[in-house]
Design a protein around this ligand. Sequence first.
Ligand SMILES: Nc1nc2c(c(=O)[nH]1)N[C@@H](CN(C=O)c1ccc(C(=O)N[C@@H](CCC(=O)O)C(=O)O)cc1)CN2
Length: 282
Amino acid sequence: MTAQTLDGAATLETIKAELAQRVAALKDQGITPGLGTVLVGDDPGSHWYVGAKHKDCAEIGITSIRRDLPATATQAEAEAVIDELNADSACTGFIVQQPTGLDEFALLSRVDPDKDVDGLHPTNLGKLVLGESGPLPCTPVGSIELLRRHGVEIAGAEVVVVGRGITVGRPLGLLLTRRSENATVTLCHTGTRDLASHVRQADVVVAAAGVPGIITADMVKPGAAVLDVGVSRVDGKVTGDVAPDVWDVAGWVSPNPKGVGPMTRAMLLTNIVEIAEKSARA
Ligand SMILES: Nc1nc2c(c(=O)[nH]1)N[C@@H](CN(C=O)c1ccc(C(=O)N[C@@H](CCC(=O)O)C(=O)O)cc1)CN2
């Protein structure tokens, strides 16, 4: 048996087509959404991600505001750019691409929460904890959307999330246990004593540990859905957390690349359009 593909690349294209119509409707009302990005340093991966985000925007009619700073940029210089984007009415929302090598908590906290299209500002993460509406973190909500659009049942499912990071694991646990998702979540991490015994119980496994091949076929329940979120570069090649033999056992697998990564971009675009639509209604 070979698992079916949770195709993030194709789903991104579908979502872009849907959003292009919503952007056109906003433009009819005189509103052009704009995405800002703040990038610090020379990391090739970060440059690729930011470039891809702006290319997506161009394809669906969202304006780009790109601020690239050198690796020598200081905290004060990065904060000054954030202040500028907070004040720019052409900028619907913006992100600070991670990693920056600076004090990221201070940078994220400085972003206007109403322009936080990454959903990572402490106020917006707090809203997520409280069950209040607000922009949601892109990778976790993109993971759920990928499952939903492929008809994978989430309500009542046993979900094991491997990884407790702030951009993926921790918010994903919160999202999946909302009443609207109704999953039962076990959050595993590097301190988990017997990872395999937890993963074996799961209907859905989300591997976000950043450890190449940490999820192997012997750990996966036959027919389970496995999302490969972790990104490592091995010999310059993107490598996920899911070993290739998992495809022989699982019912669904998200490839890496072309799985959850493109969904992160799709949800960023969605967050921008939703903020612009909210401003149109105000
Ligand atoms: N401010 C943020 N920084 C980072 C985030 C984030 O959500 N917000 N997440 C990651 C990187 N990331 C988004 O910025 C991201 C990851 C992957 C992709 C993607 O489309 N990947 C492609 C292939 C990429 C390649 O070949 O290198 C894929 O998976 O098919 C987009 C965005 C860390 N930083």
